[in-house]
Structure formats: C-alpha cells, structure tokens
Design a protein around this ligand. Structure first.
Ligand SMILES: Nc1ncnc2c1ncn2[C@@H]1O[C@H](COP(=O)(O)OP(=O)(O)OP(=O)(O)O)[C@@H](O)[C@H]1O
Length: 324
C-alpha cells in the first residue's frame, strides 16, 4: 500500500518502479581522503534522481562508480543485476559527463549514426534528433558548434542506445533558455517512457523542475534525501528579499554581519542587487529590519524554495544527522 506522499491520483510513481541499480555501503577514497562514505541508494525505473551538493561533495565519484569508470573501495554496486561497467550494464546505460571530447571531423548526423551502431537496439535517429533539439543542424561539423550546441550533441549521444538508465552530469551547462527547456522536456519524455535518470546539477531550478527524489551529498555523506517538496518542507524558514542602497550601502562582509544580527535571521545571501534573509520568524525579522532600514525596496516574503532549503540543510546537517 502506498503512503500519502507516494500516491499520485492513480498513476504509478517511481517508488513502485523496479530497482535497476543500487549501492549498498559504498565507500571510495582518494589518497586516504574519503570521497564517499557508506552510501546506500536505490535507483528505480521511471525516476529522475537528482544528486546535489557543493563542489567536491562526491557527485561525480558516485556516477563514475555506477558507470564502472571507478571501482568502489567498499560495499556492493549492482546495475541491472550486473557489475557496473559490464557489457550488460553498459548496453542499457547512457551518460553525458562533464569531461567529454568529440572527434571534430564528423558531422552531427555521423556522430549519432556511429553511436547508434554501438548498441543492439538504438533509439530511432529522428527521435534522437528531436529529443536533443538538433533539427536542421544535422550536417554541421562538431568543431563548428557553440558550447551549448555541443552540449546538445553530447546529450544526443547519451541517448543513442535507448538507455534504461541515463546519467546526466551537469547537462544544461552552456545551454540557452530555449535549449534548456527542450532538454527538460526530453528528460521528462524519457522518464515517461520508463528511463531512470540520474542528474547532477548546480542549477537548483533544474532539480526542482525535474526530480522525483533529491539526494544531498556533503563531503561524501548523504545528509538529506526526499522529494523536492519534502526537502523544501524541512527548511522551516521563510525568505525575506529586498534591495537596498542606503544607509548600509552595497552588501559586503560588514553589512552581512549586521544582517545576521537581526532577530530570527538564520542565513544571509546576496543575489545580484538583492539581499535575502532566511528567517525563522518573519514578523520579528521584518520589524527589526524596517526599524533599522526603512528605505528598503522591492520587498518580498516567500516560503523556502529549493535553493533556500539547499543552503539551510547543507549548512545545518551536523545538527540533523546523516541519511545513510
Ligand atoms: N581522480 C581523483 N583523484 C584524487 N582525488 C579525487 C579524484 N576524483 C575526485 N577526487 C576528490 O574526491 C572528492 C569528490 O570529488 P567529485 O568530483 O566526486 O565531487 P563533485 O561533487 O562531483 O564536485 P563538482 O561539483 O565540483 O563536480 C573531491 O575532494 C575530489 O578532489
């Protein structure tokens, strides 16, 4: 029986989907320094799993272990019931990785056809082109592509094999708004067709729009996991956002310290011309803020978004324990 958080108006949810890959007690160190500590994780079909975390948190290491590019020092890893990196696992997986180079002398069409030839049941050529938004560019050489266009080609190559498990490491880097929206739609279409997608991104709107489950890594530990709404709900604070010119001037380390001293303020963040205060008690914070700075402009108050939750939970995890 489903609990209320998994039942979605009669549709199957990813939690009911078959587990296609799993890590149990997985650890990995480099030169004696732990990059991953005792990670337990299941990946289900028809799921978008977002792995979030700061630089060096262990995201790429985790993906590389699942792809068989790195060997875990401890624990068990299984992909489609086989060792990661085995032929059976590779045939059913695709990956867009941060480090990728392409032969420059091939056209987009030739790249795709070459990659299709590596797989027993490739995705239809037109489907690949459509998913990656490469219509009308098929005869262009990869050396002449812009950064965002190259990223679309790399996405196309990652889906050539019609993967049941797709790894996307920072997939929308360099893409313009339209390309990014196209990528997101392609990810949702692939998921609807049963593919499991493991996504890393520093772009939290991407995880918020796509992910069924979020895993937050910090220094090799899973410190939070849950649906996007569960993660947001754990961040109990509201965000007070405003712009200001005087009397404290542009935000700097001095004004940041002053904002932190305002009652009930947990975090201070500068976002462009805006200052954002995460507050445990909006009334207390606003009263004090307006008393000290009556000239603030563009004031908005909102409940925590994923970015607020990420910041708070990433900073506070030591009080909350690990989610092994
Ligand atoms: N081949 C390697 N040799 C030595 N140390 C490594 C190696 N690969 C990763 N590390 C270290 O392991 C830790 C985790 O790195 P990893 O690349 O997995 O982080 P990440 O979360 O993907 O970071 P980013 O967001 O910057 O891509 C870091 O401290 C990194 O320096």
């Amino acid at each position: 029986m489903l609990d209320s958080s998994t039942a979605v108006s009669g549709h199957l949810t990813w939690q009911q989907g078959k587990v296609i890959a799993s890590l149990q007690g997985v650890g990995k160190s480099f030169n004696g320094k732990a990059a991953l500590n005792c990670i337990n994780l299941d990946i289900h079909c028809s799921q978008v799993l977002a792995i979030l975390g700061a630089n060096g948190a262990g995201k790429t290491t985790l993906i590389n272990i699942l792809l068989g590019r790195l060997k875990a020092d401890a624990g068990e890893v299984s992909v489609f019931g086989c060792p990661p990196g085995s032929l059976a696992a590779r045939r059913q997986s695709g990956a867009l990785l941060q480090v990728a180079s392409l032969p420059e002398t091939l056209k987009i069409k030739e790249h795709i056809q070459l990659f299709q030839s590596y797989y027993p049941n490739p995705l239809a050529y037109q489907k690949v082109i459509e998913y990656a938004g490469l219509q009308s560019m098929e005869h262009r050489y990869s050396k002449k592509l812009s950064g965002g266009e190259k990223q679309r080609l790399l996405f196309a190559l990652s889906i050539c094999g019609n993967p049941k498990l797709l790894f996307l490491d920072e997939p929308s880097v360099g893409m313009d708004v339209d390309a990014r929206k196209g990528l997101w739609q392609a990810i949702l279409d692939l998921k609807a067709a049963g593919t499991a997608i493991v996504l890393t991104s520093h772009y939290l709107e991407e995880a918020d729009s796509l992910a069924d489950e979020i895993v937050l890594l910090k220094q090799g530990d899973i410190i939070q996991r849950g649906s996007t709404s569960e993660i947001k709900a754990r961040a109990s604070h509201s965000t007070i956002r405003f712009s200001v010119s005087d009397p404290w001037g542009e935000p700097n380390s001095k004004t940041m310290i002053a904002y932190k001293k305002i009652p009930a303020v947990e975090h201070v963040r500068v976002s462009g011309k805006f200052t954002e205060l995460a507050s445990r008690n909006v009334n207390q914070t606003l009263t004090a803020l307006l008393r000290q700075q009556p000239d603030i402009q563009d004031l908005t108050v909102s409940s925590a978004g994923l970015e607020d939750a990420y910041t708070q939970l990433n900073d506070n995890n030591m009080d909350q324990g690990k989610y092994a």
